[in-house]
Write a new protein. Structure first.
Length: 200
């Protein structure tokens, strides 16, 4: 990969499946695409079946897709949705709210989220549903999020299941101290050479 020089690569402590190093298989079984407004009902029903607790309402998902089309990515096989990766592109105020325990992930204030085509300050991993074979989709998301617009943007996540916590650890997310309980951060590989990379 061209994102890190050799010396930096030697100094990085990798996780078992470092997120920034994931690559889709040569023969892909899953296709990744931006979810559309028409996909919302299917994607939401799918997520509600697989995830515990409350998830964002359909109108919130519609706002997210219209505000930034990269917010919701669908994993499909034979034109059928088999998984979902949803994220919120945070601006400076939203990131501050997240660290202070004031961020509403169920009904976020879109004034503080980054619109499509602009680089976010941070990415909040909103929800990931990838059972069985659909887990391949995470590899496709890794490649998608290494495009120049997102390459240097760190991730945050607050998993609410044991499976989600294990997934975070295996992909290189680490717990951080904040006023949001259970918050994890993934520092992108290109940012790990600089001590300032931990700030966002």
């Amino acid at each position: 990969m061209g994102m890190c020089n050799g010396k930096l690569m030697e100094n990085i402590q990798y996780s078992r499946h470092e997120f920034d190093l994931l690559e889709p298989p040569k023969v892909a079984r899953i296709q990744l695409r931006n979810a559309t407004v028409e996909d919302i009902d299917t994607a939401r029903e799918f997520a509600q079946r697989e995830l515990p607790g409350n998830i964002a309402a359909g109108e919130v998902l519609e706002k997210a897709i219209l505000h930034n089309p990269d917010s919701v990515l669908a994993f499909s096989r034979d034109d059928k949705i088999v998984g979902v990766w949803a994220m919120l592109m945070l601006g400076p105020v939203a990131l501050e709210q997240l660290l202070l325990g004031e961020f509403n992930a169920i009904d976020p204030d879109f004034r503080f989220l980054t619109p499509g085509g602009e680089r976010p300050v941070a990415i909040y991993k909103w929800a990931v549903v990838a059972p069985g074979m659909a887990a391949e989709g995470i590899r496709h998301v890794s490649r998608f999020l290494r495009q120049p617009l997102y390459l240097r943007t760190n991730f945050f996540s607050r998993p609410n299941t044991d499976v989600g916590i294990k997934l975070n650890h295996s992909l290189g997310f680490r717990p951080i101290e904040s006023q949001t309980p259970g918050l994890f951060r993934y520092t992108r590989l290109v940012n790990r050479a600089s001590p300032m990379s931990q700030a966002a």
